[in-house]
Write a protein that binds this ligand. Structure first.
Ligand code: RNT
Ligand code: ZN
Length: 426
């Protein structure tokens, strides 16, 4: 088997044929590709080192999230991580963003407490993002830290613990604003905390009251939305918080509506058969903007690499059909340490972009007209017929035009990088 790209001429011929097939259904393929070019996906830093971070302390991922696997070659410092991200970006069509966690600060070997972090500790990342033409997003890291060992952070009964994490979140918002200002594109700063109980709690209310108070303190200072946008991320359960999570969906949905923040929906944070696609039209009726963590849970919130499955496609459809792409910030959230990490980024991001393109190639207006007329036979039948249209030819052409590898050729590039760079890491 040869993992090489097909001839350009072959790609183009197939594309012309595909274009005609879509045109027959009233779909303008060139317009779809132009629309796709306008969508930036935020690549998460933490796939590159299994959510480890580069602080001068030993920090396992902890906090109810866990990367499994020990594939060799993970990034050991910020320079290696940046090099790996650049490699991954070269395999992904389009202009995207980069999503950083606070525990990836560059402190020059000095121990800087998380509540004392400043924009200066991220200047290396900001300069790099500017040079790469990337916008940035940010996250306070409220886990994998001695102050999170109790399993509680912003909702801890210990005021000292709460204050520490409030200070960290405030510091993170300022860092996010500095990123947004420097890069000329608002940074989404997303607060996720692990707080919860392994076993059945008696008092479900007080931690939520404390969390609300802490969040109010975190968000008290208004920041320019041109620089920073705040998001809050809910979760149903985690490892060690199976019975109760303080920041549940209802909690944060209410918080976001009442306080005008973004709501973050993570695909792995609900009941195993519950999908986030159907939530978009509901929550966007009440909140202005949403942050997505596109992920793939397998039986639980396992953060598997995103693939082009029905769930990912449904999310894309619910963004594209109503034209929500300016109100939905798309970020990725998966971490697989059992495969090549650059391969993981490329697979997950390419799959997400494929899902968006597929949604854009749908004759949505025609389908909606059938629906309104009550012609559910034609609606169902047409949706099925669309599945076997030559979508792959359009995707290949998009990759060709964006000057990234077509077809499986990128796998070869990852292997070459592994041999040349990753295998030399101790
Ligand atoms: C954890 C949340 C959170 C993290 C990242 C690292 O369950 O999904 O978004 O995965 O912040
Ligand atoms: Zn998430």
């Amino acid at each position: 088997m040869q993992l090489t790209a097909p001839d350009d001429a072959l790609v183009q011929t197939a594309y012309e044929t595909a274009k005609a097939r879509y045109a027959a259904l009233g779909v303008d393929v060139d317009q779809a590709m132009a629309r796709l070019r306008g969508i930036a996906i935020s690549l998460h830093c933490w796939q590159g080192d299994d959510v480890g971070g580069f602080e001068a302390v030993d920090s396992a991922s902890g906090g109810g999230i866990q990367a499994t696997g020990n594939y060799p070659g993970k990034a050991r410092n910020a320079d290696e991580l940046r090099q790996d991200v650049e490699m991954a970006l070269g395999l992904i069509p389009g202009k995207h963003r980069f999503n950083l966690h606070a525990m990836y600060a560059e402190t020059g070997g000095k121990r800087v407490e998380r509540n004392a972090l400043e924009p200066a500790h991220f200047s290396g990342w900001i300069d790099w993002a500017k040079a790469q033409g990337l916008g940035m997003d940010f996250n306070p890291s409220c886990f994998a830290h001695p102050m999170a060992d109790s399993g509680f952070t912003l909702s801890s009964y210990d005021k000292g613990v709460r204050d520490f994490w409030i200070e960290h979140c405030i510091a993170s918002r300022k860092i996010g604003a500095a990123m947004g200002e420097a890069l000329g594109s608002p940074c989404v700063t997303n607060v996720w905390i692990p707080d919860g109980y392994k076993d059945v709690p008696v008092d479900r209310l007080t931690p939520r009251t404390l969390l609300r108070e802490s969040l109010d303190a975190v968000f008290a200072e208004k920041l320019d939305p041109a620089h920073n946008l705040d998001a809050v991320e809910a979760k149903l359960f985690g490892i060690g918080s199976e019975s109760y999570v303080v920041g549940s969906h209802e909690f944060y949905l209410g918080y976001a509506i009442a306080n005008n923040t973004l709501l973050c929906l993570d695909a792995g944070h609900f009941h195993p058969t519950e999908t986030i696609a159907d939530k978009l039209s509901s929550v966007l009726t009440y909140v202005d903007e949403v942050l997505l963590h596109v992920s793939r849970g397998v039986r639980w919130d396992s953060d598997h690499v995103v693939i082009l499955n029905d769930d990912t496609r449904a999310i894309a459809e619910e963004i594209i059909r109503p034209g929500f792409e300016k109100r939905v910030h798309m970020g990725l959230d998966f971490f697989d340490a059992s495969i090549n990490r650059i391969g993981a980024w490329a697979t997950g991001t390419r799959a997400t972009i494929k899902a968006l393109l597929l949604a854009m190639l749908e004759p949505t207006a025609a389908l909606a007209a059938l629906e309104r007329e009550g012609d559910f036979t034609a609606r169902l039948a047409l949706l099925e017929e669309l599945k076997t249209l030559p979508f792959g030819a359009v995707w290949d052409q998009y990759c060709l035009e964006q000057e990234v590898p077509v077809g499986p050729a990128w796998i070869q590039e990852v292997k070459a990088y592994e041999a040349k760079v990753l295998s030399r890491r101790g």
